[in-house]
Design a protein around this ligand. Structure first.
Ligand code: F6R
Length: 262
């Protein structure tokens, strides 16, 4: 895992935006895996800016990680709505190629359909991930099989508490979601994870330095050969080998610089 520790959240977000725009420039018909949540709002603002500055998303295909069970795409708290609001309506992407699990049909069917779509259009070139405070990726909550495919998962108490702020009324908050599985996520060529703030510090430590375990689903990323985790200083504060990661990244930067110079 390549670990990039930035001083600020803004710097970390900028870094991740750079990885995504570089990917699209290198391959305009890239298949991207996308995430939702508070962390991604500023990042999607940066991608909107990249589009205003001339980057085209016209040939890009996207797959979102998850959707709440029971919410139609026009529901303001659905992730389909979130994606249109924060990104898709502001760029030149073809929304017929922006896939999100269907929260309105039977979850078995929605999950099977989604795996078929990924097989037909994939593999995913670059998968963007956020990180839950409990170590979830997508909505793969603790206890998720590290070999899981897309399926319905019950949301944990931690996740319900963290996401309640987005729902006016507790009674309307779904208690499960269709999520790409950990195996589905790990079949992407490249994974880029963004985690910001002190509230994520414990999960960041468990993901990077803990044992690979269903207790911390993000720890499965230790087994993937091509992961970049970008965190800010607050999220990195509990890392035991922080100085080493920073040293490694300085060497990486030097390598990239000399490759650019040659
Ligand atoms: C949502 C998703 C989740 C979030 C995670 C962090 O599509 O995949 O795993 O990335 O819950 O959410 P925030 O950014 O709101 O802290």
């Amino acid at each position: 895992m390549r670990i990039i520790i930035c001083d600020t959240a803004a710097e970390a977000t900028e870094k991740v935006a750079g990885f995504i725009t570089d990917q699209i420039r290198a391959r305009p018909d890239s298949v991207l895996g996308l995430a939702t949540g508070g962390t991604m709002e500023r990042l999607y603002g940066r991608l909107q800016q990249a589009h205003r500055d001339g980057l085209s998303f016209a040939d890009v295909t996207t797959f979102n990680l998850d959707e709440y069970v029971g919410l139609p795409a026009d529901h303001p708290q659905s992730y389909a709505y979130y994606m249109r609001h924060f990104l898709f309506d502001h760029i030149d992407i073809d929304q017929d190629r922006c896939f999100i699990p269907d929260g309105t049909i039977h979850p078995f069917q929605a999950a099977a359909d989604y795996e078929t779509l990924i097989a037909d259009h994939g593999p995913i070139d670059l998968q963007l991930l956020g990180l839950g405070r409990n170590g979830h990726i997508g909505f793969n909550e603790p206890s998720s099989s590290l070999n899981s495919l897309t399926r319905e998962k019950a949301l944990s108490q931690d996740t319900l508490a963290a996401n309640r702020q987005y729902f006016d009324d507790d009674a309307n908050m779904p208690n499960s979601a269709i999520t790409m599985g950990i195996k589905t996520i790990c079949s992407a060529h490249q994974i880029v994870l963004l985690a910001l703030g002190a509230g994520k510090a414990q999960a960041v430590k468990r993901m990077m330095e803990g044992p690979v375990s269903t207790f911390c689903p993000a720890s499965a990323l230790q087994m993937h050969p091509n992961v970049i985790a970008v965190v800010d200083a607050d999220a990195a504060q509990l890392l035991e080998l922080k100085d080493h990661y920073m040293h490694e990244e300085r060497i990486q930067q030097m390598r990239e610089h000399s490759a650019g110079v040659v």
